[in-house]
Design a protein around this ligand. Structure first.
Ligand SMILES: [Zn+2]
Length: 185
């Protein structure tokens, strides 16, 4: 299931990049969604105005359960929101969505804050890609914040992937995942 959902997101990202987006948010869909939601994936996104997941992955309303915070870092509030998505809504895929030109990552590198939200941004010690590193580190961070999410990953019911969205090219590239069920290429 998680594999299918990830494939759908990668396919949607390709449609978006090529100007072939198909998501339709009409009255019929809204009526249908009034009866309930079963999103195919949850996303931790940055607050940045350039990275809306519904647009980037070409998904309609009801498809993505999105939690956002500057720097796309898992916080206790985000972990609790995702527990609802996973436990109650049955969501089997969590995407940690980093992005290029992230102001939060740049701020963390420049100032190395020791408290507050930006201190939670993970920055590498060497030449590693900071955006990829921060997104990837979100996986163990999220599992550390939520024993329930960690248990679902270990039982195979939930997959967490991390990736970086390139603001210029529009491409979302996977950089890490909790299971080797690749849906790219
Ligand atoms: Zn950002």
């Amino acid at each position: 299931m998680a594999h299918d959902a990830l494939q759908e997101l990668m396919d949607g990202n390709l449609r978006f990049r090529e100007g072939r987006a198909t998501a339709v948010n009409d009255a019929t869909l809204r009526q249908e969604l009034a009866g309930g939601q079963s999103p195919i994936a949850s996303v931790i996104r940055c607050a940045d105005s350039r990275v809306a997941p519904e647009i980037v992955f070409d998904q309609p309303l009801g498809s993505l359960f999105v939690c956002g915070v500057a720097g796309n870092v898992p916080t206790p509030e985000i972990a609790q929101s995702l527990e609802y998505a996973v436990g109650t809504l049955g969501c089997g895929l969590i995407v940690i969505m980093g992005h290029t030109y992230c102001g939060a990552v740049a701020h963390a590198i420049a100032h190395e804050p020791t408290e507050g939200l930006f201190s939670m941004v993970n920055i590498p010690y060497d030449e590693e890609d900071a955006h990829a590193f921060n997104a990837e580190q979100g996986i163990p961070k999220l599992m550390g914040l939520s024993p329930m999410i960690e248990a679902k990953v270990m039982s195979g019911e939930l997959q967490i992937v991390a990736g970086v969205y390139d603001i210029e090219s529009g491409e979302f590239e996977l950089v890490a995942q909790t299971r080797l069920e690749t849906a790219t290429e």
